[in-house]
Design a protein around this ligand. Structure first.
Ligand code: SAH
Length: 215
């Protein structure tokens, strides 16, 4: 990596620590992953700014702080089977894949799904399985999951996803309409009950049903 990007990366890691990211495993994977590989070439010099950036299909790669925060709150370990909804650039998927046993990820925009598959191959991450589809329905054939992370904001928490969590499992999802303040919510399954905790205010692209074949 060129020196300037490498400097910016260590500055970003310092910032994340100051913002309250204390999970060393999360910081370690962020330091390992080349974020510049997940964005267009013209944005390369912004790869380690603590900012969301545009990707294809009018979507965004989340701000590093939000990626780190959501990952920390998910409490992932190496025994976990994890589902991510909203593959996008593939960056969050790679963060999760490095911390869990197997990662399943669903994207509704075909160009993004295709691009993410390429990068997972390039980075030799063989514990990721991708699906082009509507993630609001979850992944019936692969459920139940220890952890679920949704990276697009739902106006409501999709019921079908809740019931694909194992007992004791955790789901992190931004909730709220586009024009309202959204919040990251952490849900813990306790039998047929769900413990819901509201965390940070955020701004995410919407969780939408249906699929899109071209950009
Ligand atoms: N995790 C991504 C963030 C991408 S933005 C990253 O690290 O880059 C959110 C993504 O969710 C978008 O790509 C959007 O197309 C996708 N999305 C929205 N609704 C979806 C749905 N119902 N199923 C699957 N993907 C969805």
């Amino acid at each position: 990596m060129p020196g300037d990007l490498s400097n910016k990366k260590s500055q970003l890691l310092d910032k994340l620590r100051k913002q309250g990211i204390t999970d060393e495993a999360v910081l370690e994977v962020i330091s390992e992953i080349p974020r510049e590989d997940f964005i267009a070439g013209y944005l390369r010099n912004q790869a380690y700014e603590n900012a969301a950036l545009p990707i294809e299909s009018e979507q965004t790669i989340s701000q590093p702080y939000i990626v780190a925060y959501m990952t920390q709150e998910l409490r992932v370990n190496k025994t976990h089977k994890v589902l991510e909804i909203g593959t996008g650039s593939g960056y969050q998927a790679v963060v999760l894949a490095k911390l869990c046993k197997r990662l399943f990820t669903i994207e509704r925009h075909r160009p993004l799904y295709k691009g993410a598959e390429e990068i997972f191959k390039k980075l030799r991450l063989f514990n990721i399985t991708t699906l082009f589809g509507n993630g609001m329905k979850g992944w019936k054939e692969q459920q139940p999951f220890d952890r679920i992370m949704v990276t697009a904001a739902g106006e409501e928490i999709p019921d079908e996803l809740l019931y694909q969590l194992k007992d004791g499992g955790i789901m992190i999802i931004p909730v709220g309409a586009q024009e309202e303040t959204q919040h990251i919510v952490r849900i813990t399954r306790k039998g047929d009950d769900f413990d819901v905790k509201t965390l940070l205010p955020v701004k995410f692209v919407p969780l939408l049903s249906g699929i899109v074949h071209s950009s």
